[in-house]
Write a protein that binds this ligand. Structure first.
Ligand SMILES: NC(=O)C1=CN([C@@H]2O[C@H](COP(=O)(O)OP(=O)(O)OC[C@H]3O[C@@H](n4cnc5c(N)ncnc54)[C@H](O)[C@@H]3O)[C@@H](O)[C@H]2O)C=CC1
Ligand SMILES: CC(=O)C(=O)O
Ligand SMILES: [Mg+2]
Length: 375
């Protein structure tokens, strides 16, 4: 298969769909890989490094979209990209379609087969292609909170870890999955007081075991969230209902109960955000203030540390990408090693929405992936 890797064009997105190491694996299996000139600059990988791995270099994204059977990216296609997608072309990337009706329309109109990293599922039911970026974003969330809490940044001027004789900052993490766990680890490491709120009691039990008394755990109710955010200096939004729009767990009215200058970091913003007052921001201007509360809502947080993120992402995507390159849509066969997981990742195929959560969120017709593929 001819596999194309255009440069990422989202604001301050420095990751790349395939690292030179991943290209080498594709080429070793007989595939051709075409990389846009400069696509690796964000991870310090030169065109020559890609050539050494066996890639061809194309001057423009247009050549890649026109000439490749599969496009491998990181972020959801931007409008200038989705108009270049074609029927029978595979798109393998993050999509986050639930809060993005325009992109959904674009993908439906293109006729392409779009597989979303964030809904690919493994045999345990977890999300192997979201997890590595959730690990990164969870860890970054505490760095972002710490920075926004500085007085010079408009925050309340509290050091997360405190010092001997002075109370540490309080961090409330809503959603104790991958993002939440990694945020909690960082916050605990800095010496903050940490509470994790989740609606899964089994998950709260696991977190209690994992942190050995270093975090408080609370069951997620309106009352709990209202109380915990009122005593927190930083709140991390880290909930997920796979594929669907995030539930709004903190309303604007609830902000009045928070301490002035405290910080909300809405990591779930890529699924629409879990705070009513969240709107997507970029690394260029990551924060804004509503009712005295600082909001950080960057939708591509891992893009800020692309060497770490692109390596972690490629480790996870490689077996799935190789299966797609070898078998095309045939790789979505439920009985193959990667097939069932990829089937869960199929969001749009030949103009049909094949993810139930996406279809429900956007009020579009849902067609089961097996049915869409058989048509
Ligand atoms: N902004 C960014 O750059 C990035 C955003 N993300 C996003 O972060 C979010 C979280 O991802 P993961 O941690 O991987 O998901 P996950 O599935 O590992 O964890 C989600 C957790 O939320 C909990 N939850 C669901 N509804 C809840 C509720 N009402 N109250 C409390 N807890 C609730 C679940 O029980 C689960 O433990 C996703 O939207 C993901 O796309 C991930 C990576 C980067
Ligand atoms: C998961 C995601 O949205 C990101 O890594 O940017
Ligand atoms: Mg995102």
């Amino acid at each position: 298969m001819r596999v194309g890797v255009p440069s990422e064009i989202k604001v301050h997105e420095y990751r790349v769909g395939l690292t030179p190491g991943a290209v080498r694996e594709y080429v070793a299996r007989g595939h051709q890989v075409v990389v846009q000139s400069g696509a690796g600059a964000g991870i310090m990988a030169t065109d020559d490094a890609y050539r050494a791995a066996g890639a061809e270099i194309a001057a423009t994204a247009a050549e890649i979209f026109a000439g490749c059977d599969m496009i491998v990216k990181v972020k959801e296609p931007q409008p200038s990209e989705w108009v270049q997608l074609r029927p029978d072309q595979l798109l393998f990337t993050y999509l986050h379609l639930a809060p993005d009706p325009e992109q959904a329309k674009g993908l439906i109109a293109s006729g392409c087969t779009a597989i979303a990293y964030e809904t690919v599922t493994d045999e345990k039911g977890t999300l192997p292609l979201l997890a590595p970026m959730s690990e990164v974003a969870g860890r970054l969330a505490i760095e972002a909170a710490g920075e926004a809490m500085r007085r010079s940044e408009g925050g309340a001027g509290i050091l997360l870890g405190g010092v001997p004789g002075v109370a540490a900052g309080r961090v409330c993490v809503i959603g104790g999955g991958v993002v939440g766990t990694h945020a909690a680890r960082m916050a605990v490491g800095l010496g903050a007081e940490v509470t994790i709120v989740d609606r899964s009691i089994p998950r709260l039990r696991e977190l209690d075991e994992l942190f050995q008394g270093r975090v408080r755990t609370r069951y997620s109710t309106l009352e709990t969230i209202d109380h915990e955010i009122s005593i927190a200096d930083a709140v991390i939004g880290a909930v997920l209902i796979p594929g669907a729009s995030a539930p709004k767990l903190v309303t604007r009215a609830m902000l009045k109960h928070m301490k002035p200058g405290s910080v909300l970091v809405d990591v779930a913003i890529d699924q629409g955000g879990c705070f009513e007052t969240s709107k997507p921001t970029t690394h260029a201007e990551p924060t804004y203030v509503v009712d005295g509360i600082i909001h950080y809502c960057v939708a591509n947080m891992p893009g800020a540390v692309p060497q770490t993120s692109a390596a972690a992402l490629n480790n996870a995507t490689l077996p799935y990408g190789l299966a797609l390159a070898e078998k095309g849509v045939g790789a979505l066969h439920a009985l193959s090693d990667t097939g069932r997981g990829l089937l869960a990742g199929l969001n749009v195929h030949k103009g049909k929405v094949t993810s139930k959560a996406v279809a429900d969120s956007l009020n579009l017709d849902f067609v089961a992936p097996e049915t869409a593929l058989a048509a």
